[in-house]
Design a protein around this ligand. Structure first.
Ligand SMILES: [Zn+2]
Length: 155
């Protein structure tokens, strides 16, 4: 593995996935939505080709997310493989919270991507989506999130 120089490469995702994320986010309001991102991570970059929505079983789903454990286990055997996690911030911008950063430690090394979505301003704009690469460089105290661009691909 080489270390990242500057900005990491953009995350590519099928436009169908982008639509599914926005839809799930809006369907779950006012609760946080969460789910697994499936795809491939190679030297050439990361491609997200499908999305598995999961139930949020957090005691306080307005301000936290805990994916349903049985759905999580089932989804971990999906194809292509889960390589990332998505969740939404119903009332705040799509940037990682301290709890989000702390939660990274629970994700296995197969998790490379972290996406956060928020509803559009005043419900008039389309949902906002931010993409991050999960960086596990040695020397850092725990995994970090590196903000990067998202490229929606039309099929
Ligand atoms: Zn969050």
């Amino acid at each position: 593995m080489t270390t990242h120089q500057g900005t990491p490469p953009p995350i590519r995702l099928d436009s169908s996935v982008q639509l599914m994320l926005g839809k799930h986010l809006l369907t779950c309001l006012p609760h946080e939505a969460c789910g697994l991102l499936l795809g491939t991570a190679a030297a050439g970059g990361i491609l997200i080709s499908s999305y598995v929505p999961l139930s949020n079983v957090a005691p306080d789903p307005l301000h936290a997310f805990v994916p349903d454990p049985s759905e999580w286990v089932r989804a971990m055997f999906s194809s292509p493989a889960p390589i990332g996690l998505f969740h939404s911030h119903p009332t705040s911008p799509p940037w990682p919270s301290p709890a989000d950063i702390q939660g990274l430690i629970a994700l296995g090394p197969e998790f490379r991507v972290y996406l956060i979505g928020s509803p559009g301003q005043g419900g008039l704009q389309p949902p906002a989506l931010n993409g991050f690469i999960i960086s596990r460089e040695s020397g850092a105290d725990g995994p970090q999130l590196l903000h990067t661009g998202l490229q929606a691909l039309l099929k």
